[in-house]
Design a protein around this ligand. Sequence first.
Ligand SMILES: O=c1ccn([C@@H]2O[C@H](COP(=O)(O)OP(=O)(O)O[C@H]3O[C@H](CO)[C@@H](O)[C@H](O)[C@H]3O)[C@@H](O)[C@H]2O)c(=O)[nH]1
Ligand SMILES: [Mn+2]
Length: 738
Amino acid sequence: MAKAISPPNLYDKVSLQNPVHRAFDVTIFILLISLLVYRLLHISSNGFAWLLALLCESCFTFTWALTVSTKWNPVEYRTYPERLSQKIQELPPVDMFVTTADPELEPPILTVNTVISLLAVDYPAGKLACYVSDDGCSPITYYSLVEASKFAKLWAPFCKKHNIQARAPFRYFSSEEDEYEELASKINDANKKSIDWNLSGDFAAFSNIERKNHPTIIKTDVLQVVWENKGGISDELPHLIYISREKRPKHPHHYKAGAMNVLTRVSGLMTNAPFILNVDCDMFANNPNIVCHAMCLLLGSRNERESGFVQCPQYFYDGLKHDPFGNQFEVLHKYIGSGIVGIQGPFYAGTGCFHRRKVIYGAYPHDIGIQAKSLTPVHGDLTEKEHLKIFGKSKEFIRSAAHALQGMANTSPKLLPNLTEAANQVAGCGYEYGTSWGKEVGWQYGSATEDILTGLLIHARGWRSVLCTPDRRAFLGCAPGAGPISMTQQKRWATGLLEILISDKNPIIATLTARLQFRQCLAYLWILIWGLRSIPELCYAVLPAYCIITNSSFLPKANEPAICIPVALFLSYLIYSLSEYLEIGLSIRAWWNNQRMGRINATNPWLFGVIGVFLKILRVSGIVFEVTQKDQSSNNGGDEGRFTFDASPLFMPGTTILLLQLTAFVVGFGGMQSPSVNDASGLGEITCSLLVVICFWPFVKGLFGKGKYGIPVSTICKSSLLSLSFVYLVKSASKGQV
Ligand SMILES: O=c1ccn([C@@H]2O[C@H](COP(=O)(O)OP(=O)(O)O[C@H]3O[C@H](CO)[C@@H](O)[C@H](O)[C@H]3O)[C@@H](O)[C@H]2O)c(=O)[nH]1
Ligand SMILES: [Mn+2]
């Protein structure tokens, strides 16, 4: 009997297990537990510092346990797009979404590069459509897209013919006098408003409007390719559609999540592709074959459930040498990232992700049990009335959603007779009232990190996700600049993550009542507690100074055998973390910069994330999505690796911690210590205090720096006041004890 030849695999799943890493993971965990046990045994003979250390170290041990569980089974997927043609008869359509919000913080030239890179990917152009959401409602963004589409008409065929890999033009062109320069200067001039804006003709819709108060503007023909003439299909270039959704004061617009939901509905009316790629405006496609790589994972699995969505890691271009601000996340991607891949699949990261449209619409994997079905009302045979309740009042949209949910591939996009009217309806600011959008279907509301929350609910419904890591990196974006910009981003993340943790959508509930796997729940907890980690980190950083000032101790004496535990812990963590960096070709400086930024981020922006959520609970203030400033040029002088500051309170905790250590040195060496209660402070405390100072070295430089490199005098004054009151308080408290 002849054997049936099965078609080749479109991907392989490879285990990256490393016994040495596991040994370190376990050793450190055992040392942490030993330290806790030792502290507990000696708690009665020690003071407050000992107790506080015990509490902090319990938190660190918990975090470490989460880390180890998350990293335990690293896995990688390898994709074989060259085999697609043997296995798949016809490639499915893909709708590509780009969001932009502010032409000043997000220069249109960046958005344009992202859009051009997407228009030029290696995939049948008739199967692609690109939708750009502009929350800034800016004629400049629209103008830039029009210019970009003219450019793309020549650029895309050129790239395909010569197999150019870098398809974002600014990555390819370098000289001053090339074709791209003309496009770039037109757009940059427009953005600097150095040309006269005439808001008439095609631009009339933008006249007399305010950014936060305007009707929907949709331009379906940015590319001037004719929907009418060719029945909606163009062979040369994908469709390009510009959307600025309606905004009115007093109507919440839910920031990026709201924009994504509008894009989902408008595209549902127009092309209704079964797959959706979404990228932020600065994340250009760096690998022209990326859609095919993703298709290997989306179409190649035996069960759809295996790939609810396909995420590409968020990498950055032109990263500074040695990662001075610790924001390139290489090590995080490598070890934590691949670890999560081995559990239920990567988190949704908000950009560089391929979704199944029906999953976004709330569908379950078809073989899932009843347990997960409480999460959305979407199931197989919904009546029209139920559809209306879930998806809103547009009959056209409901029809398209029903198609998408039944998994019917929409190969030929149809031009609805009343398309504009229907599109305006679903992009209106009141459309979602009383529907399931943002709650059970679509991108989720209620967290500043809408990405993690949206992904969490998909996992909770029983879907798995996959990480797509082709050799040439899939998408590249801008890493935020130094100081204030990255602090604001970290604060937003800590805020959004904590919002999820304290909500009824938190992963523990999802594990108990739905289909979130237990270890995936631990992985989610690992990330969701980022903000909360600020509290033990802050206490631990203050502890050495506290001990020196009050002449107490939180470590065993240098001549006690027990000192071996913290020393071994410190050394093994040091060797392990350093080896992780060296193993993937990063430098010792990069390692150190990341350790240092880890401490700075944990004690400053993350702390404000916690405060923000606390104020939200008290209803003092709401949470806003502060857009990260993006800058194309990373080379602005020789000082780009230097930390910068502004007058924001975000820098106060760090400054205070530093001043406290310095005060402690003065007290300690100036002989102003209190008489000791039980155990005088010693070498251990001094060493730790020095370590803290070294970690906060950018702040030390900031104390003496000028301009943006200096900590503002007002911050230094406030922090001095804080540290002096702290010293006064602990001094008087410890006097009271003697
Ligand atoms: O009201 C808004 C605010 C933001 N955005 C867009 O959202 C994207 C992400 O915003 P950005 O300021 O770049 O945030 P980052 O911190 O860089 O983004 C990370 O974190 C976000 C969640 O906090 C995720 O949504 C992003 O995908 C992820 O890259 C950008 O394209 C913005 O244009 C909007 O469309 N409307
Ligand atoms: Mn970004």
